[in-house]
Design a binder for this molecule. Structure first.
Ligand code: G6P
Length: 495
């Protein structure tokens, strides 16, 4: 039956990620309403015609009862999604604990939370056990839905244990794993008590992908230094078996943003924003409220700019959209209060009876409102302290064909500074060290005063880059590389 539903030449792709691309709200005992959240990954895979993608992941809600689980599974099936049900205790230990309180800060070089260091160390074993258990639960669901010939693509730091669980079920399964965060230097990775087990589990995959060459290189050196395995130009070798390791930089579905600017609702939003901020230059930050995004540092740099440039005080506004995230994790709660405190202080210091310099919103915007905001912005600030591949910079550029605004970009996203980063947004953006508040402040001044010809030139470079490095191309490249890797491995064995 399943065979018939599938066009003969389309390969099935099982995308496994911690979170499904839907938000589910319970309406009754057996009824759910679902909303697709069209993030980068979703639109990338929807755009790939050769594959028929299905998603496996956590629906983000606790559903303890069987009636609710059945109803949700049914509703999700229509969206080609398959849920993994995690209970509250597992979510607490695996998602809040091991994933977001240990792996996330470590992979972004933030170390463990200071005050909680000892407590975290003590709960480490139980959190790691929950992590493995959760990964096994994902594997069980994948195995249940797997058909011969499918490609299984596992995503991110939540699921590092998954490739091993899947290969234990079926050594012939084609398994790829992709990390959306940085992979840190082996010196950082080696501080993890579970360092070896995690590396070995990832190595069970056929293809392991990262956003940049540097992250791939860090991973290979962690395998050579910590596990004593052999690193080759292709990847990592263990007793004749090769795990291919490579870089696949993601992009966005730029056409989706470009098209949105023609929609009447977006045009109307833009008109309102222009009226609202008439006479002022608009600066924009869009981030999840996460310590890696450098929001306090960015706002302090803006304060310094206002301090030193009195003439700009009533002529510029900073709109900071800070999307709440992982709100059960104490570090994130602390960050929220810290940001509110700084914003309040600066608005008190430089605000007037009729205007404040910073508009800070603790919420997300819908897609059309976001596109309108990108389009009316004069200067975007993407100043993460560390980031896997920040796509806000891409989205901003895609919406700037008319305005040709300036992008201030954290240099951590540009691995090889001395090559002037021609292959990235580095050549079109003003690059800054996000920790250097003086430098960021003067880059704001440079951006606001930039002559139109220079803005045009920089924008041309960025726009070309964003249009040619799409999410769709990224997904296609990864999956065809995975198929090739498996074929090559079979050939090697049969020789
Ligand atoms: C990062 C991770 C994603 C994650 C997203 C949102 O981009 O790489 O895997 O889904 O943050 O975080 P959340 O914890 O809300 O899923």
């Amino acid at each position: 039956e399943r065979q018939e539903a599938r066009p003969y030449n389309r390969q099935r792709l099982l995308v496994v990620a911690n979170r499904l691309p839907v938000s589910a709200v319970r309406r009754g005992e057996d009824s759910w309403s679902l909303e697709i959240s069209a993030g980068g990954l979703v639109s990338a895979l929807l755009g790939v015609k050769e594959f028929e993608a299905r998603w496996i992941g956590w629906a983000g809600v606790n559903v303890p009862d069987e009636v609710g689980q059945k109803a949700l599974s049914k509703a999700l099936a229509e969206k080609r999604c398959i849920p993994v049900f995690l209970d509250e205790e597992i979510v607490h230990q695996y998602y809040n604990g091991y994933c977001n309180n240990i792996l996330w800060p470590l992979f972004h070089y933030l170390g463990l939370p200071q005050e909680d260091r000892l407590a975290t160390t003590r709960s480490f074993q139980s959190q790691f056990a929950a992590y493995k258990k959760a990964n096994q639960m994902f594997a069980d669901v994948v195995n249940e839905h797997y058909e011969e010939g499918d490609v299984v693509w596992c995503h991110d730091y939540h699921l590092m244990f998954l490739p091993k669980c899947l290969k234990e079920y079926n050594s012939k399964m084609k398994v790829g794993w992709f990390l959306h965060t940085p992979f840190p230097s082996s010196e950082i990775h080696r501080t993890l008590p579970s360092r070896s087990e995690l590396l070995r589990s990832v190595l069970a995959a056929d293809l392991v992908g990262f956003h940049t060459y540097d992250y791939a290189r860090h991973f290979v050196s962690a395998c050579t230094r910590i596990l004593g395995l052999e690193g080759t130009p292709e990847g990592v070798e263990d007793q004749g078996r090769l795990t291919r390791v490579a870089a696949f930089p993601i992009g966005i579905d730029s056409e989706r943003f470009i098209r949105a600017l023609e929609v009447p609702e977006v045009i109307q939003h833009m008109k309102e924003l222009k009226e609202r901020f008439a006479g002022r230059k608009v600066m924009l930050g869009v981030d999840r409220l996460d310590m890696i995004k450098g929001i306090p540092q960015k706002i302090l740099a803006f304060e310094k700019f206002l301090e030193e440039n009195a003439n700009w005080r009533d002529k510029v506004v900073l709109l900071q959209i800070a999307v709440p995230t992982r709100t059960d994790v104490p570090e994130y709660q602390k960050l929220t209060s810290q940001v509110h405190e700084i914003v309040g202080r600066i608005n008190g210091r430089f605000g007037t009876l009729t205007a404040v310099p910073i508009h800070h919103l603790d919420r997300s915007l819908d897609f059309y409102a976001l596109c309108a905001l990108y389009a009316v912005t004069d200067v975007a600030l993407v100043t993460s302290l560390r980031d896997g591949m920040n796509l806000v910079s891409y989205e901003f550029v895609a919406c700037q064909e008319a305005k040709k605004g300036v992008l201030i970009l954290s240099e951590v996203m540009i691995p090889t500074l001395h090559l002037s980063a021609a292959q990235s947004l580095g050549a079109g953006a003003i690059l800054v060290n996000p920790w250097n508040i003086t430098e960021v402040a003067s880059s704001i001044e440079q951006a606001l005063n930039m002559p139109p010809e220079e803005r045009e030139k920089r924008h041309r470079h960025n726009f070309h880059h964003v249009k040619t490095h799409t999410a769709q191309e990224w997904a296609e490249t990864f999956v065809s590389e995975l198929n090739d890797t498996v074929i090559e491995a079979q050939l090697r064995i049969s020789k």
